[in-house]
Design a protein around this ligand. Structure first.
Ligand code: THU
Length: 131
């Protein structure tokens, strides 16, 4: 969560002024940081969670053990639906996901709670692993 707070400072958010940070722990111990990156056309905006996940993937890492996300929110920040779907592609349903805010509140959850019944590669008749 401390690293997610650091990553949040890099957010590029001229439109919403809503900074989000993420820290993704890979199975090999490497941590990938992410922030949200907005765009004048709005829809190309990338959330902090997906920035961290895509950074890891683009460097050859596909196995993860924990994610922390933080924003300056009343309640610990909930990931958007698009990010949940991207997480469903790569995260174990029980992998710990820590959601926090700047007040120091934090909840532990997982994809099985955040996106139950998700559409995955299993529904395409494909295997479990992302090798
Ligand atoms: N955002 C994230 O980065 N992660 C979330 O989980 C929720 C939303 C970003 C997208 C946009 O830059 C800003 O927050 C407001 O929606």
């Amino acid at each position: 969560m401390e690293l997610a707070i650091k990553a949040r400072e890099m957010a590029y958010v001229p439109y919403s002024n809503f900074k989000v940070g993420a820290a993704l722990l890979a199975a090999d111990g490497q941590v990938y940081l992410g922030c949200n990156i907005e765009n004048a056309a709005f829809s190309p905006t990338n959330c902090a969670e997906r920035t961290a996940i895509f950074k890891a993937l683009s460097e050859g890492t596909r196995h993860f053990t924990a994610l922390a996300v933080v924003a300056d929110t009343e309640q610990p920040v909930p990931p958007c639906g698009v990010c949940r779907q991207v997480m469903a592609e790569f995260f174990d349903p029980e992998m710990p996901i820590y959601l926090g805010n700047l007040k120091g509140e934090m909840v532990q959850t997982s994809l099985q709670t955040l996106l139950p019944g998700s559409f995955t590669k299993r529904d395409l008749g494909m295997g479990e692993r992302n090798d």
